[in-house]
Design a protein around this ligand. Structure first.
Ligand code: AMP
Length: 178
């Protein structure tokens, strides 16, 4: 059993994105994995944790006190940790996870993706960092980064550190492989 931190959107999104987040939560729970999240119950973050719990899973939410209202704190979480700062939230989310899965999201999600990804290729941790992208949401970003790798701004080795997949089951397998 592993704990997997899932990063995803906190804004209003279309049903297919909510369904994707729910499928990830359900799949993790059905396989006995703990879901670590930002502790909000809105948008994809909410779909993720609600589906995980409906499937009998354990969820750990970690949310800064100042965001409890804005992100609708997930009071039904198996464990809800309230932090005083965003940095503390991120540190605890990282510490509690054995692996990471990033789904489509906004700048908060991107920030979390880049932090765990860069930490991985710099050797600060050895946890799997997975990008689950079934609808090519991240294609423009990945195209740009691959282009940068031809100029030396981005090392090929760092691109290879990110495990990219279109499949929910593959994402779960990759994130829990350690
Ligand atoms: P977003 O992808 O912008 O919808 O945000 C998704 C989640 O990322 C939300 O829970 C935000 O609170 C969180 N977030 C926003 N900024 C940051 C940050 N600098 N570090 C970590 N998480 C963040």
């Amino acid at each position: 059993m592993s704990a997997v931190c899932v990063y995803c959107a906190s804004g209003p999104v279309d049903q297919p994105y909510l369904d994707l987040a729910a499928e990830v939560g359900r799949t993790l729970a059905e396989q006995g994995h703990v879901v670590v999240s930002g502790g909000g119950n809105i948008s994809m973050m909410g779909a993720l944790v609600n589906a995980a719990r409906e499937a009998g899973g354990h969820t750990v939410g970690i949310i800064p006190r100042a965001l409890m209202k804005h992100e609708v704190a997930d009071l039904g979480s198996g464990e809800l940790v309230v932090t005083e700062t965003m940095r503390e939230r991120k540190r605890l989310m990282d510490e509690r996870a054995d692996g990471f899965i990033t789904l489509p999201g906004g700048i908060g999600t991107l920030e979390e993706l880049f932090e765990t990804w860069t930490g991985g290729y710099l050797g600060m941790h050895d946890k799997p960092v997975v990008l689950l992208d079934p609808v090519d949401f991240y294609a423009p970003l990945l195209d740009w980064l691959r282009e940068l790798s031809t100029t030396g701004f981005v090392a090929r080795r760092s691109l290879d550190r990110l495990l990219i997949t279109r499949s929910v089951s593959d994402a779960v397998e990759l994130a829990t492989a350690r």
